[in-house]
Design a protein around this ligand. Structure first.
Ligand code: PLP
Length: 492
């Protein structure tokens, strides 16, 4: 089975030389021009995703704010571009905040997140009147003290966790359950509301939750939002104002069509028979003693909801007492609805191109393609199945004898595998061919580093008409070592 390219089918084509073309741009030529590894973003897909959120929200709920999660793809140009479309920003550090401000995002459209915000980050937020999502509870005192020192009151939302959710995505990116380093336990809500009201320099504004990332089951949102509405009522009863409900980000994207994804999961489960995963690992599964079987606990890589269908369902589905989310929001005074999408804006708007150095075999005889990119520029270990993307050869794409292979990066450790689950390519690749990884727009360079002293890759943006421009350059030698105090004199 060669994997269906799903939504990409709409944008992809083939050149006369049998190269992969996306939005009229030859990926082979692009790789030659900018070098590899190379991140490529497609402007039109970003616009479409953002507009899907915006149109659906215009229709469903007037008072809303979309805050692009800067961490998903941190680039000034991306932010500046989204800012022109009217987007706000979710930031998680003082540098993300500075970038958002430089990119022209108005202060009132920024939400400051983070579970360990430093003093200068908090100080900047307070001075500029930026809303802080408080996390954890101890931060209340710290913010109050800084605000007191500055003589400026701080506007805050309370971020909650400890919701009754389980296996909603992989563990590493679940941020709202009992096992979460983020958020304040919902059981502490009432005493936290009182604490806020007792502090002179805190202005209560609303409640916030971020469920996690790559969430594909919308009912999880219903469960959590229902509780958030109940907490809002409790808050209002004691005078804690609810001007805003911020539901964070989290909406998943379809890395695969559902049929392909189900078949991949089945093969992982049977890996000992099928030699399907690296070291026969049951990636994404855990043994469940009760059922005496393997249980899927990873994230789902197939999603049925685009941003507009997600918003439509979120607002129109019946919650408890046969009421919609919109009706429930009206009952608590029609607070502003804030959403902080990252992956669902930019994840399916990017591809990564890497060059093949070698095709070899593991000592056990499995095929392995070696490319010039490491996991540090490919969603490093956040959640293992997430390293699984649709992959294809970008040149000479005519079909031949299929070739099943793992994909290894160029870093000095065995965990550096860009694909721990076998991929089927349309032919045997050769040294010098290019591999194309789809849907890598979000979090690919989140862990980008100079591991093994490799430079961090450039980013290119392709416009709807096929023209392209460089957003981020590749580092050179002096940039890779720019923090060295004495770099030495080059020998002649
Ligand atoms: C507070 C917060 N908001 C929004 C997001 C964006 O999530 P996603 O990219 O899954 O939409 C994140 C990501 O981790 C987050 O931590």
């Amino acid at each position: 089975m060669i994997l269906d390219k799903g939504p990409w089918n709409e944008y992809i084509d083939e050149t006369e030389e049998s190269h992969r073309k996306i939005y009229g741009t030859d990926m082979f030529d692009l790789a030659k021009q900018y070098g590899t590894p190379l991140f490529v973003l497609f402007e039109d897909i970003i616009v479409k995703n953002y507009e899907k959120y915006r149109h659906a929200l215009e229709k469903e709920y007037k008072d809303h704010l979309i805050c692009y999660a800067v961490k998903a793809n941190t680039s000034y140009c991306v932010l500046n571009f989204l800012s022109k479309l009217g987007s706000g920003a979710d930031v998680a550090s003082e540098y993300e905040l500075q970038l958002a401000l430089n990119a022209g995002i108005p202060t009132e459209n920024i939400r400051a997140n983070g579970n360990c915000k430093n003093e200068s980050y908090l100080e900047e937020c307070i001075k500029k009147g930026i809303l802080i999502n408080v996390d954890p509870e101890e931060e209340l005192t710290i913010i109050n003290e800084i605000a007191l020192r500055l003589g400026i009151a701080a506007k805050i939302n309370i971020r909650f966790a400890g919701f009754p959710v389980k296996h909603i995505t992989s563990r590493a990116i679940t941020t709202s359950s009992d096992w979460s380093k983020f958020g304040i336990d919902i059981k502490r809500a009432n005493s936290v509301f009182r604490k806020v009201l007792d502090m002179d320099m805190l202005i209560p504004n609303g409640l916030m939750v971020h469920l996690g990332s790559q969430i594909t089951d919308i009912s999880t949102y219903y469960t959590v939002l229902e509780i958030l509405i109940d907490l809002s009522r409790d808050a209002q009863q004691i005078g804690f104002e609810i001007n805003e409900i911020d539901i964070g980000g989290g909406l998943g994207i379809p890395y695969f069509e559902s049929e392909d994804w189900n078949s991949i999961k089945k093969k992982i489960k049977n890996t000992r028979k099928e030699n399907y995963t690296w070291a026969d690992e049951f990636i994404g599964y855990e043994f469940n003693a009760e059922s005496n079987d393997l249980e899927w606990i990873g994230e789902e890589l197939s999603s049925a909801y685009a941003p507009d269908t997600f918003i439509r369902k979120l607002f129109n589905e019946k919650y408890s007492a046969n009421k919609t989310f919109k009706e429930k929001l009206e009952e608590i005074g029609t607070p502003r609805f804030v959403i902080e999408p990252g992956r669902s804006i930019i994840g399916n708007a990017g591809v990564t191109i890497a060059k093949i150095g070698h095709v070899s075999n593991t000592p056990r005889g499995e095929n392995i393609v070696h490319v010039d990119a490491g996991v540090n520029s490919h969603t490093f270990g956040t959640a293992v199945p997430e390293q699984l993307h649709r992959i294809e050869i970008a040149n000479n794409i005519e079909e031949d004898e299929h070739f099943e292979t793992f994909v290894a990066g160029n870093l000095c450790f065995t965990g550096d595998l860009l694909c721990k689950i076998k991929n089927k390519l349309i032919r045997k690749p050769r040294r010098g061919d290019y591999l194309l990884f789809y849907d890598t727009g979000a979090y690919s360079d989140f862990f980008a580093s100079n591991a093994n002293s490799f430079p961090r890759p450039p980013k290119v943006m392709v416009a709807k008409d096929g023209t392209h421009r460089l957003l981020v350059r590749r580092e050179d030698f002096s940039e890779v070592f720019q923090r060295e105090v004495g770099l030495g004199i080059p020998r002649t």
